[in-house]
Write a protein that binds this ligand. Structure first.
Ligand SMILES: [Zn+2]
Length: 238
């Protein structure tokens, strides 16, 4: 009986290690994925700002073209004024000039404001692109690191699995089946009984079961949590 417990202990140590490895293997790619999500988000913002910039640039060009057109009209009106033959023509030409000048003034103010907006946008894009490059470098390093880590851990896992196969052969079939069944829901499927307490659920084992587990004649389960229980005589300090 003690032999079976020793073998199961050895098996459980491996299983718990594989369980830990599997958790690690699941979580490692998640961390890389989080970084990627963050990168994608920044990329999305840069993309939006670039589209906004292109739109602003296009509108700016339109405004500048309009001012140029108005200036051409202004030159014509000024020529009219110079060639005016009477007061009525002078007044008409002057009114045109004033109107055009007013329109140009409004447009020029708009152009200045837009130029400022464009400048701010360009700085924002440059800063975000710099941030993106730095993060991307970190991401690539992390990705490579994770890949190497995963390979190493997977090799460790394979070694554990091979070792388990060897130990399995030494354990009675029904004991192994029971252990594996419990393990599916409770990774720590076998626990020690210390001072009459199951170390899995921390409840007191009934006295008759405790007596039996101390005798160690057969495989026993905790009546409460169903884990396989075993008992070791208290170590004497020597
Ligand atoms: Zn228990």
């Amino acid at each position: 009986m003690q032999k079976a417990i020793e073998d199961l202990s050895e098996l459980q140590a491996i299983d718990l290690e594989v369980f830990r490895i599997d958790t690690q293997l699941r979580e490692l790619p998640d961390k890389v994925a989080d970084l990627k999500t963050h990168l994608d988000r920044i990329y999305g913002i840069i993309d939006r700002e670039k589209k906004q910039l292109a739109e602003d640039d296009r509108y700016l060009a339109e405004l500048q073209q309009e001012v140029q057109m108005q200036n051409e009209l202004l030159a014509k009106s000024k020529a009219k004024l110079a060639g005016a033959r009477n007061e009525r023509e002078v007044n008409a030409a002057q009114r045109e000039i004033d109107m055009i000048k007013g329109a140009v003034q409004i447009r020029e103010k708009e152009i200045l404001q837009l130029m400022e907006t464009v400048e701010t946008l360009k700085k924002s894009i440059a800063a975000k692109e710099e941030q993106f490059r730095e993060l991307e470098e970190g991401f690539k390093a992390r990705e490579a690191e994770t890949k190497a880590q995963v390979e190493k851990i997977e090799a460790e896992r394979a070694a554990h699995v091979a070792k388990r196969a060897a130990i399995e052969k030494r354990i009675p079939r029904e004991t192994l089946a029971l252990y594996d069944r419990i393990r599916r829901r409770k990774p720590q499927a076998m626990v020690e009984v210390i001072n009459g307490n199951c170390q899995g659920c921390h409840l007191q084992i009934p006295p008759q079961v405790f007596n039996e587990v101390q005798r160690g004649e057969r495989v026993l389960q905790c009546p409460n949590c169903t884990r396989i229980i075993y008992w070791r005589p208290a170590k004497t300090s020597d």
